[in-house]
Design a protein around this ligand. Structure first.
Ligand code: SAM
Length: 248
């Protein structure tokens, strides 16, 4: 599949699109694009364009929009995932990359009772997200919020059709699919995943008292990043079986 170029809306002027410098360098220097070539451009806000390049220089590439579509590659629901900050930056970035590929719309790093890291490298993480968005064929760049304390992540549960907390002590029959069985048309779902040390019992109780549902991701204890990926797949399975996503 063709890798898309990321061109934020500010670089679109009517039907004209000018690739930002780094994307132009990649298009011209690496992929050898020439005037007359068609490329796919995404704007990170749901816009997908087929573009014919007509001005190509050493570090410049611009063209005209031939076709525009909306929400290509985007699920019909919004999945927000709150994930306990973990010690390993690499593992966190692995999670972020896979979450983007799996359609997660928002990533909320969480401070919990057992987190051992303060924050994330924003620019580096954003670069991972951009690369994953371009590679997988989505048209939206998910948001990465600043780290939040767990209570903050559950103050507005009414904004979601379902809030799920993954907890390894829950019976495996209490799956994501079972939890979403009554909400097949859910438009907004938040999933909470604990850090290496897991959520404390008090934290799980706080989330369920606020309206969340504790779910299992199976009979084995998963690392945080694996749990995030497994939960994203499970939500996708539960919510797309009855609806068609905006496919490529
Ligand atoms: N507290 C655990 C321990 O040290 O024994 C491990 C926590 S696990 C590494 C990190 C997080 O992944 C958990 O807080 C939970 O959110 C999620 N998780 C891992 N395995 C899970 C499972 N089988 N079902 C549900 N959630 C799971």
């Amino acid at each position: 599949m063709t890798t898309a170029f990321y061109v934020p809306p500010a670089s679109r002027h009517g039907e004209r699109i000018v690739l930002p410098d780094d994307e132009a360098r990649h298009a011209v220097g690496v992929l050898r694009k020439r005037a007359g070539d068609e490329v796919i451009v995404i704007d990170g806000e749901g816009g997908w364009h087929r573009v014919r390049l007509d001005q190509v220089g050493d570090e410049r590439a611009a063209g005209t929009v031939l076709e525009t579509r909306r929400e290509v590659g985007e699920p019909a629901y919004v999945m927000s995932m709150g994930v306990g900050l973990i010690k390993s930056r690499n593992r966190f970035e692995t999670f972020v990359e896979k979450a983007v590929e799996l359609g997660v719309r928002e990533i909320v790093p969480l401070h919990t009772a057992r987190t051992e890291r303060e924050g994330v490298k924003e620019e580096r993480t954003r670069n991972v997200m951009v690369a994953a968005m371009k590679q997988c064929g989505r048209s939206r760049l998910p948001s990465l919020t600043t780290p939040r304390a767990l209570p903050e992540a559950i103050t507005h549960v009414e904004a979601f059709d379902a809030v799920l907390v993954a907890h390894e002590q829950v019976d495996p029959t209490q799956s994501v699919r079972a939890a979403l069985a009554d909400a097949p048309d859910a438009a907004r779902v938040r999933v909470l995943i604990g850090p290496e040390g897991g959520f404390t019992d008090d934290e799980v109780a706080m989330i369920t008292e606020a309206g969340g549902t504790a779910v299992s991701l199976g009979p084995r204890r998963l690392r945080t990043e694996t749990a995030g990926i497994a939960a994203a797949v499970a939500v996708q399975e539960a919510l797309t079986s009855s609806r068609s996503p905006h496919s490529l």
